[in-house]
Design a protein around this ligand. Structure first.
Ligand code: NAD
Length: 386
């Protein structure tokens, strides 16, 4: 038997939160999810050479560069992983695709959908493998929710409600822009909670329940001016601090979504509940290995919400981890995403969500922001195919 693996040489752009989460996934995936492909940490790109070198040494990257253009053009790179702030996704992805590299891009795909469309065109023209890191799909309890829906156990779905709540920007003294705070700067982030947090809820919801056809939204910016870290000036805040929207799904379900960074006490509460004619279920990131499930066909005397501990060998991804009853965590969602990406390379199939599928999430985000300005229902133009 031939055990020689195909190397998948990665150029990682950015070494922040996601640079670390993805590097961890590249290191571990082969130990738990055997594949013909072996990721190799080939190049780390970040602008500060000393800090980039320290990160590269910690994680075992072979080379360090300070210009992403050099990273994407190198002959010794097969795939480019974009872990930079949102305003760089488009240019890097298009350059990488044009150089014939596979592209793995963090979410949201782009600042807005005109950039997103250009990215999809470049990726599809180049015909390179691609995916966008909507990693929450790969938390086993969320994947189990998808299996339950696809088996038809909920029947007709009436309601999808989702929330993503945080509290880290309440202080008006917090500056905007620059390292760690680019999310508050519209020129780097594109939008606030809509692209940063609701994009996750929308990706998961459309994956579970199909396309969203129209939305009506409102946004609020509670702190309207903040000092900008890079200019030193007090500047207008251009992002949405909070966003709530109602929506219609093409299958007739009603959706109700909320995100804010002003929910005191909540650090990262991603919650969804889905109600169907036969059953309901809910999931909470703060208790991520559990799926709450209510089945109306249970005997009425014993009927009630059951809390499924999603850790058994027949639960999604779990046979590759520990023995039943032992939990895994947030970082494993990235390992699962990568394992599925490597499998798609082996099978010659698409790695979901593709850039084109992530664009459908971007269309909902754009319609939400448009509706918040117009005060009207706005069509999304989503063409969701699964
Ligand atoms: N999938 C998820 O759950 C998830 C979670 C967090 C962030 N994200 C996304 O990941 C991306 C990065 O977010 P983060 O939290 O890791 O941010 P971060 O601020 O922690 O890291 C960003 C990195 O980009 C680098 N960078 C900035 N400009 C650069 C340039 N010109 N060339 C090279 N490197 C540059 C910075 O030095 C830093 O290392 C964003 O698009 C964000 O929306 C996704």
């Amino acid at each position: 038997m031939n055990h020689v693996k195909k190397e998948l040489r990665i150029a990682m752009i950015g070494y922040g939160f996601m640079g670390k989460a993805h590097s961890n996934a590249y290191k571990k995936v082969g130990h738990f999810f055997p594949s013909q492909y072996q990721p190799v940490l080939q190049v780390l790109c970040a602008r500060d050479p000393a800090r980039a070198k320290a990160f590269a040494d910690t994680w075992g990257y072979k080379h360090v560069v300070t210009d992403w253009r050099e990273a994407v053009m190198r002959d010794d790179v097969d795939a480019v992983d974009i872990c930079t702030p949102n305003n760089l996704h488009c240019e890097i992805a298009i350059a990488a695709a044009n150089a014939g590299k596979m592209v793995l891009c963090e979410k949201p795909l782009s600042m807005d959908n005109s950039d997103g469309e250009r990215m999809v065109v470049a990726i599809e023209k180049a015909g390179v493998a691609n995916t966008v890191w909507y990693n929450y799909r790969r938390i086993p309890a969320v994947t189990l929710a998808k299996q339950i829906i696809d088996e038809g156990r909920l029947g007709k779905i009436f309601h999808v409600r989702a929330q993503f709540l945080q509290d880290w920007t309440i202080s008006p003294e917090l500056p905007q822009g620059g390292e760690g705070l680019w999310r508050l700067d519209a020129s780097a982030a594109g939008s606030g909670v809509t692209g940063d947090l609701l994009a996750h809820c929308i990706d998961t919801a459309q994956w579970l329940n199909g396309g969203i056809s129209r939305v009506v939204a409102r946004t609020e910016t509670f702190v309207k001016k903040r000092k900008h870290t890079l200019t030193g000036n007090v500047e207008d805040v251009g992002i949405d601090d909070a966003c709530e929207f109602l929506c219609d799904f093409t299958n007739g379900s009603l959706g109700n979504f909320e995100s804010t960074r002003y929910a005191r006490g909540h650090k990262a509460k991603f919650f969804f509940e889905i109600n169907g004619e036969n059953a309901s279920m809910s999931w909470d990131l703060q208790d991520l290995h559990r799926l709450e499930f209510f089945d109306h066909s249970d005997e009425s005397r014993l009927r009630g919400w059951r809390s499924i501990h999603v850790t058994d060998g027949d639960h999604p991804y779990m046979k590759n981890w520990w023995v039943p009853g032992l939990t895994i965590g947030y970082e494993h969602s990235f390992i699962h995403h990568l394992a599925d990406f490597l499998k798609s390379l082996e099978d010659g199939t698409a790695a979901h969500p593709t850039f084109r599928e992530a664009l459908e999430t971007g269309k909902v985000c754009d319609a939400v922001l448009k509706s918040a300005k117009s005060g009207q229902w706005e069509a999304t133009g989503v063409k969701w195919s699964g």
